[in-house]
Ligand binder design. Structure first.
Ligand code: SF4
Length: 261
């Protein structure tokens, strides 16, 4: 995987503008979840053990050779869960110092009980935590975590992170057609975490038959074997947004269907 770049895009995101992707994993798909809707397909290396996947020097070289000047924001996501990378903190700091661009990290929140992970994320301008379940059973069905990961642990870690993190924190909530959605429970958890924003999503990206490097980036014109996933209707998502606003008192809740063409 030596020739694979750890930097990809930028791709246009209607929520954050031109987003340059950072992949600190790069070698295969690695995650502590194995979400039933994952754009990377079935996760190859399912683990919650942190390690260094690529050295900082490789990221630096790839970044210098990328189209970073065109980006509005630099997003850590890539081939799995970014907080599994032990050099996340130094990677965030280097990118900010080198480029002056803000950094966003997309995380599944499973490692937030670890104070070192919370410190790693502390320097980012934005962090979005995936929170697809409001009960343990749904977590097992939708996110299929590695052994030992529980919703209680994720929420507790997210609360600790919220208390320490000074910047912008979002929650991302994925709704599948067969999801059990108890908005009372979800709103209770969201109030505990007190995010700046909630994004309500439904799968817009196909599920690949295998892991393909291209699946980490834009999904326009997918040219690898993948099957589309069923989406939840805009009407149902809009109702969820409306109810969540009422139940949480938060105004900044958006739907994936708010996207302008
Ligand atoms: S947390 Fe993200 S990368 Fe991991 S399995 Fe779920 S969707 Fe895929």
């Amino acid at each position: 995987m030596k020739n694979v770049s750890s930097v990809y895009g930028p791709v246009k995101s209607w929520r954050v503008g031109w987003s340059l992707g950072i992949d600190l994993i790069c070698e295969n798909s690695v995650c502590s979840f194995n979400c039933s809707y994952c754009q990377l397909g079935f996760i190859q290396d399912r683990t919650a053990v942190r390690r260094e996947f690529i050295p900082l020097e490789k990221l630096q070289e790839d970044f210098r050779n990328s189209n970073w000047k065109k980006s509005d924001i630099v997003t850590f996501s890539g081939s799995g869960e970014p907080t599994l990378a032990l050099n996340l903190r130094e990677a965030i700091r280097w990118i900010q110092d080198f480029s002056g661009k803000p950094v966003l990290v997309l995380t599944n929140g499973t490692l937030l009980e670890d104070s070192e992970v919370r410190k790693d994320l502390a320097g980012a301008e934005r962090v979005y935590i995936k929170l697809d379940a409001a009960d343990e059973k749904t977590l097992q069905i939708v996110n299929r975590p590695v052994e030992g990961i529980t919703l209680a642990g994720i929420v507790s870690g997210a609360e600790k992170f919220r208390a320490e993190f000074k910047n912008y924190l979002g929650l991302q909530f994925m709704i599948l057609p067969n999801s059990r959605v108890d908005l009372e429970d979800y709103a209770r958890i969201a109030r505990r975490i007190s995010p700046d924003e909630i994004q309500v999503n439904t799968p817009t990206r196909p599920y690949p038959d295998d892991w393909y490097l291209d699946s980490r980036g834009s999904h326009d014109g997918v040219d690898y074997p993948a099957r589309p996933l069923k989406m939840v209707s805009s009407e149902r998502i809009e109702n969820i947004v409306k109810e969540l606003k009422e139940k949480t008192g938060l105004e900044n809740i958006s739907s994936v269907y708010d996207r302008k063409p």
